[in-house]
Design a protein around this ligand. Structure first.
Ligand code: FAD
Length: 440
C-alpha cells in the first residue's frame, strides 16, 4: 500500500508536518494508504511519564532524583565489570541494565507480563526481544539524537517513525486476501485444522479441517502451519512421534491476554497542543498497585480507527493472564469495571468521561519461555524432519516473533519450497540474529 500524499486528519488537527509521498493518496479520500506515524511510547510509573525505552535524559534524572540515579549508575558499572553467567532472564537484564534499574523498571513488569519472576524465565526471551539493547546503548542513542536529531536509530526499540495501514494491521491481510483471490486462490475463514495425516516418512499427505461444523479432508502438497506447536504436534498422525517430543509439545506454556477497548471523551493527562490526548501509541504501566500492563491509544496509531477522533479517545487496555484464572473468568462487566477503575486510580481518565467499552479474550497470545520450553529443541528437530511441513509465525514456531518476523518466516518457507531446499535451518533461523531487538 502506498504512503500518504496528504496530511491525515490528526496531522491537521495538531498542526503536525510529516514527510509526504509525492503523488501519494490522500488518507481522507483513499482507504488504500499507509500513514507515517511517530512512534512514541512511555512508561507510567509513580504517576509520572518516563521515556520508553528508558533513557537517562534530564527528564528521567529529574523524576527519579539524583540518589536513585547514583545507585543505578553504580549498579550498571558493577554489572558491566562483573557480568553474571546468563542462566535466566534476570541475569540477562541485570547484565545490561544493572541491578537497581532492573529492580525498578524490569522485574515487576516482566512478572506481570509472564506471571513468573524473571529468575524463572529462560534468558532466550531476552536474547530474542532485547538483544543488543543495554543502558549504555540507550544513553549513546540519547546523546546521538541530541547531537544530531535526524540520526537513524541503531536499535529497533529506538526507532521513531513507522508506517501504519489506515485501518490497522488487519488491512494488510485483507489486501493480501484480495490479491490471492484475484490470482485464483481460495481463502477459507473459520476453517479449523483438526488433524494432519502423515505417510510414516515425515511427509504430510492431507489435512483434515472443520468448517461450519462440517469435516473434510484436503490433499496437501505443502503445509505452512501457524497453529500453536502445542496443538500441531498431537494433531499429526500416521507418523512416529517420540513420547518426549509429544509430551514437551503438549506442555508448552503460553500466556493469555485480555483487553478492554474503552471509548472516552478525553484523558486527564494532556500534552502541549493536544486538547484531550497524549501523543503515545503505547503506555507501559509500571504502577505497582494495578494489574494493567499496557495502554494503547488507537487515535495515535491511526485517527481513522476512531469515529470522532477530535472529540473522543479510543483506548486499548491490556492485561496478561492465564486461561481459567480469576481474571479470565471475570464477567465482561466486572472486567470493564476493573479496567476503568484502574485508569481512574492512575489519574489517566475520569470515570464520567467513559462512553463505551468492549472486552476481548485472546488465548495463547504469547508463547512462553519456561517449563517444557527448555526441551523445545526436541520438538523443533522432529518438526524439521518433515519435507513438506513448514512452521511459521509466532505460535507456529513457539517464538516471540513480531509481525515482521512472522512474515519473514512465511517468506522464507516459500523460498525453501521454490528452491526445493531440503534443510529447514533457514526457516528456524529467522529472529535469532543478535542485532535485532524490539523492546525490553
Ligand atoms: C497484544 C499484542 C500486541 C502486539 N503488537 C505488535 C506490534 O505492535 N507489532 C508487531 O510487529 N507485532 C505485534 N504483536 C505480535 C504479532 O501480532 C504476531 O507476531 C503476529 O500476529 C503473528 O502472526 P502469526 O500469523 O504467527 O499468528 P496469528 O496472527 O496469531 O495467526 C495465527 C492464525 O492461526 C489460526 N489458527 C490457530 N490454530 C488453528 C487451527 N487449528 N486451524 C486453523 N487456524 C488456526 C488463528 O486463529 C490465527 O488466525 C502483538 C501481539 C499481541 C498479542
Amino acid at each position: 500500500m502506498p504512503l500518504q500524499g496528504a496530511l491525515s486528519i490528526d496531522d491537521r488537527l495538531l498542526g503536525r508536518q510529516v514527510p509526504l509521498e509525492t503523488g501519494g493518496p490522500d488518507p481522507d479520500k483513499s482507504d488504500h494508504v499507509m500513514l507515517q506515524r511517530e512512534r512514541i511510547s512511555r512508561i507510567r510509573y509513580r504517576h509520572q511519564f518516563f521515556s520508553y525505552p528508558l533513557s537517562l535524559g534530564w527528564d528521567t534524572v529529574h523524576k527519579l532524583g539524583w540518589p536513585s540515579l547514583w545507585r543505578m549508575s553504580k549498579g550498571y558499572i558493577k554489572a558491566r565489570v562483573a557480568p553474571r553467567p546468563e542462566q535466566s532472564l534476570a541475569d540477562f537484564m541485570i547484565n545490561r541494565f544493572g541491578e537497581p534499574l532492573y529492580a525498578t523498571f524490569f522485574r515487576d513488569y516482566t512478572t506481570k507480563v509472564w506471571g513468573r519472576a524473571p529468575e524463572h524465565i529462560a534468558a532466550d526471551w531476552g536474547a530474542q526481544r532485547i538483544k543488543s539493547l543495554s543502558l549504555g546503548r540507550a544513553v549513546a542513542d540519547y546523546i546521538r539524537r541530541k547531537w544530531k536529531p535526524s540520526a537513524k536509530a541503531q536499535d529497533t526499540s529506538l526507532i521513531r517513525h513507522f508506517w501504519y495501514p489506515k485501518h490497522g494491521p488487519g488491512q494488510l491481510w485483507e489486501t493480501m486476501e484480495q490479491k490471492i483471490v484475484c490470482h485464483g486462490g481460495i481463502v477459507r475463514h473459520h476453517a479449523q485444522v483438526i488433524s494432519l495425516e502423515g505417510n510414516g516418512e515425515h511427509h504430510i499427505k492431507n489435512v483434515r479441517i472443520r468448517e461450519n461444523g462440517v469435516e473434510q479432508q484436503l490433499d496437501a502438497d505443502f503445509v505452512l502451519s501457524s497453529m500453536p506447536v502445542a496443538e500441531l504436534v498431537p494433531s499429526v498422525y500416521g507418523e512416529e512421534c517420540p513420547s518426549a517430543v509429544l509430551e514437551t509439545a503438549e506442555k508448552l506454556p503460553y500466556r493469555d491476554f485480555m483487553t478492554v477497548g474503552l471509548l472516552v471523551r478525553r484523558l486527564s493527562v494532556r500534552s502541549d497542543g493536544r486538547r484531550n490526548i497524549v501523543p503515545d501509541c503505547w503506555i507501559y504501566v509500571q504502577e505497582p498497585d494495578v494489574k494493567m500492563g499496557r495502554i494503547q491509544i488507537f487515535n495515535n496509531w491511526s485517527p481513522y480507527l476512531v469515529k470522532d477522533p477530535d472529540h473522543t479517545v479510543w483506548l486499548g487496555l491490556e492485561y496478561f493472564c492465564q486461561q481459567g484464572d480469576a481474571m479470565w473468568n471475570m464477567s465482561d462487566a466486572e472486567f470493564l469495571s476493573l479496567a476503568t477503575e484502574e485508569l481512574v486510580k492512575m489519574g489517566i481518565i475520569q470515570r464520567e468521561d467513559v462512553l463505551d467499552g468492549v472486552c476481548l479474550r485472546v488465548p495463547k497470545a504469547y508463547p512462553a519461555y519456561f517449563d517444557s520450553y527448555e526441551k523445545f529443541p526436541l520438538v523443533q528437530n522432529w518438526l524439521m524432519q518433515f519435507d513438506n511441513l513448514y512452521c511459521i509465525g509466532r505460535n507456529g514456531q513457539h517464538r516471540y516473533n513480531n509481525m515482521d518476523h512472522s512474515m519473514l518466516t512465511a517468506m522464507q518457507a516459500v523460498k525453501l519450497i521454490q528452491n526445493q531446499e531440503k534443510s529447514q535451518q533457514a526457516l528456524w533461523s529467522v529472529n535469532t540474529e543478535r542485532n535485532y531487538q524490539e523492546k525490553k
